[in-house]
Ligand binder design. Structure first.
Ligand SMILES: Nc1nc2c(ncn2[C@@H]2O[C@H](COP(=O)(O)OP(=O)(O)OP(=O)(O)O)[C@@H](O)[C@H]2O)c(=O)[nH]1
Ligand SMILES: Nc1nc2c(ncn2[C@@H]2O[C@H](COP(=O)(O)OP(=O)(O)OP(=O)(O)O)[C@@H](O)[C@H]2O)c(=O)[nH]1
Length: 447
């Protein structure tokens, strides 16, 4: 499971700046699709080979009893409860404030591992910028400049070391062939996730034991259908050592993100008997950002009149336009209908995500696409696409090589994506198109 780092601090200390820096590389992966709401408070980051989740929290007023500040305090508590390590940011230019002390008291009570970080420290001496913060009693401060990036990689590496040091050794893992496709079922509260898990797994359901003093990570529940092995990822709740305090809300974004990132295929459950909500769109956004293969399960299909069914289908297609690459399966977890098609869609999405696409086939498909419709000229030059190769799997990345490719427009990229998707039957997986303009071998080397 990916370690979770929460960024906490009073307003304006640079939390968002640090958050953006940590998650920036991921940002480019999802184009701004119409209708897709993205949650800017949760993100994935990576230093070197080490992935992690990061939570940005709003300005924090631990004593607020009502209003927006109270709401934000609740969110911060939730973030702290779910974090492995809290990065507590203070402002090196402004110096220590009473508010910093209040936050320190709160963090100390939380029992979490806290790293004190002095931001905005570019161009300043370690001793002078940190001196007054020793008073907080949180040990040697780390100094960074979120805006310039100084000290950020060291900070994250240290945070990850701390996170791993606290974790119990992972439970014994099953052999890959026994696991089959790993599936996460995600969705907002009450859509029927537990019901679907029970329908899929039946008597094989493994009840996780919940001993005080242990950390319960994701639970893997193996099951079989039609002689095929699958594994359900069930992050059934995370309780930390010492049980200092529990997560406040029942729905946990962290839990959802963890299961998505452990899975090969995600089933996004929607409730056909309720309107599609903002929360559904948020969860869909997380799945898209992860690049995982996807099946949309429209649950509670039982008990709907056929006119209602048409209405629901239209509504989902309109509001979740950006999920049109995935199959929509209409099912009833309760009655057990639609389960066969659901699992076939899972297999299909997995196959698409892991498809191997050879350079000649890709290049042929590219040529066909260009023949049907050429990219527009930009500033007198027409982008010239020469060949395509596969740059990655799961999700498939198609790298197109050529010249003047900066001029290729977003709509044309989407056109290409659709063409590749149709040609290779890539249903249920996001697809990434990368354009690479070749260097002119005759140009002089520049330093
Ligand atoms: N000099 C300097 N300024 C910084 C640095 N990091 C952030 N800032 C500035 O500090 C201000 C606040 O940064 P934000 O990232 O919005 O701070 P925040 O903690 O997320 O603020 P809230 O969203 O209000 O909670 C901005 O004007 C940033 O440009 C830094 O490393 N050095
Ligand atoms: N009519 C109908 N009701 C269903 C179906 N699936 C689940 N339900 C009902 O919806 C309610 C919520 O189901 P759960 O399986 O607990 O939902 P969940 O998504 O696990 O909920 P949380 O634990 O809150 O996240 C229960 O009352 C179920 O009986 C279905 O296919 N049809």
């Amino acid at each position: 499971m990916k370690p979770v780092i929460a960024l906490v601090g009073r307003p304006n200390v640079g939390k968002s700046t640090l958050f953006n820096r940590l998650t920036r590389s991921r940002d480019a992966l999802v184009a701004d699709l119409p209708g897709l709401t993205r949650d800017r408070h949760y993100g994935e980051g990576r230093v070197g080979e080490r992935p992690f989740l990061v939570i940005d929290t709003g300005g924090f007023e631990p004593v607020a009893k009502e209003g927006i500040m109270h709401e934000m305090a609740l969110q911060t508590r939730q973030a702290v409860a779910e974090a492995d390590v809290v990065v507590f940011i203070v402002d090196g230019r402004q110096g220590l404030t009473p508010h910093d002390k209040t936050i320190t008291d709160f963090l100390r009570k939380s029992g979490r591992k806290v790293m004190l970080v002095v931001n905005k420290s570019e161009g300043m001496k370690y001793t002078s910028v940190t001196a007054e913060f020793y008073e907080l009693g949180l040990g040697d401060p780390y100094v960074i400049s979120a805006a310039h990036g100084d000290g950020v990689a060291d900070l994250v590496n240290e945070a990850l070391d701390q996170a791993f040091a606290q974790r119990p050794a992972d439970a014994e893992e099953l052999e890959p062939q026994e696991r089959g496709v790993k599936i996460a079922i995600v969705g907002r509260p009450n859509v029927g996730k537990s019901t679907l898990i029970n329908t899929l797994v039946g008597e094989q359901r493994v009840i996780a034991f919940d001993m005080p003093g242990t950390t319960r990570d994701s639970i893997e529940v193996p099951f079989e259908r039609g002689n095929k092995h699958y594994t359900l990822i069930d992050t059934a709740g995370i309780r930390r050592r010492g049980k200092v305090f529990e997560a406040i809300e029942k729905f946990s974004v962290v839990k959802t993100l963890q299961s998505i990132s452990e899975a090969n295929v995600v089933i996004l459950l929607l409730d056909a008997q309720q309107d599609i909500s903002e929360q559904d769109a948020h969860i869909a956004g997380f799945i898209l950002e992860s690049g995982r293969a996807l099946v949309v399960g429209v649950n509670k299909w039982d008990g709907l009149e056929s006119s209602d069914r048409d209405q629901v289908k239209t509504d989902i297609d309109r509001k979740m336009d950006f999920l049109s690459f995935a199959r929509h399966i209409y099912l009833s977890a309760l009655k057990g209908t639609g389960i066969g098609p659901l699992m076939r869609a899972v297999d299909e999405a997995y196959a698409a995500a892991t498809a191997k696409l050879s350079t000649p086939r890709l290049t042929r498909a590219l040529e066909e696409a260009v023949e049907k419709q050429e990219p527009k000229r930009k500033g007198g030059t027409r982008p010239k696409m020469r060949y395509a190769h596969q740059g990655g799997q799961n999700p498939p990345v198609i790298v197109i090589h050529g010249n003047a490719l900066e001029g290729v427009t977003e709509p044309y990229k989407r056109y290409l994506e659709k063409h590749f998707r149709d040609t290779f039957d890539l249903i249920g997986t996001p697809l990434r198109i990368e354009l690479r303009t070749g260097k002119n071998p005759f140009a002089k080397a520049q330093n």
